[in-house]
Design a protein around this ligand. Sequence first.
Ligand code: TXA
Ligand code: MG
Length: 320
Amino acid sequence: MSTEDPATIEPSGIDSAVEHLRNGRLVAFPTETVYGLGGDATSDLSVTRIFAAKERPRFNPLIIHLPDVAAVRNLVVFDDRAKRLADLFWPGALTLVLPRRPDCRVSLLASAGLDSLAVRIPAHPLAQQLLRAVGRPIAAPSANRSGRVSPTTAAHVRDELADRVSLILDGGPCRVGLESTVLDLTGEMACLLRPGGLAQAAIEAAIGPVMRAQPIADGAVRLGPGMMTSHYAPGLPVRLEATDARPGEAFLAFGAPPAGIVPALQLSVDGDPVEAAQHLFAALRALDRPEFTGIAIMPIPEDGLGAAINDRLRRAAAPR
Ligand code: TXA
Ligand code: MG
């Protein structure tokens, strides 16, 4: 394969994926949330390649993917809250930030020098197979270039990364469609760093109240390293809470559109936030085209996954 060629997309190339990963190369793989750009988390070289492929700032740490709780416990200090959440929600769309164990073998570059580590057990069967077969912790940010919309199909990954990834495992469209919920358990009070595919209410039902990290403007001191305001952004300007379509705008509907407006795309005819989450990133990509001047999006209620959808949309609409 020449370096100009886009990566091969394979439905089930687990063996070659394992070989690439063991040799320090990058493999994109499906999870139930979004596609990840995987590399060996114990290798400084692999981790450096992930940051380079994404053009990601080095201070923004990566999530470490593992097949089961036993593997997680080798890397981080696991408390009662973590155990309760793991029992209920893993494998699934939840990432926990926990203290690194002193003997943790994950590259410090992956956690950007922090003494904590973000860990997740994904549910997608291909991700599970891959993680079991490779037998190493896999660092995997979303498989998009930094600042852009996360990929929810193998074709999106190829559009984003082309030859910057050695292999793309194709597991079809992602079931959840939004990145995992990131919960920081390093302090006394659990702190939601990023709303995502698991609703805050489900977490609070399990471990009690959770505080919300405030998004921090780029340039300010960063407590939640990935919380820059502008992110997840298509190329076109995005207008939120739209009740009309201005000339040239593509109108993205959620439920019944206002009278007289023909939507360019629909997130969910029934106004279901779970279905809307599934379609959100593919819709933003599909409408990000030169024949439009912008993307106008109908209001979406904050209930359930609505909170995470609106978080992504506010970042997509934020000043660049
Ligand atoms: O659903 C997902 O979470 C996907 C799939 C591939 O697992 N991954 C993903 O990774 O969205 P990424 O790199 O795009 O987002 C990781 C988020 C960032 O906001 C990052 O700042 C935060 O997790 N994070 C990672 N390690 C952290 C740490 N030690 N402390 C605080 N935040 C951390
Ligand atoms: Mg990302």
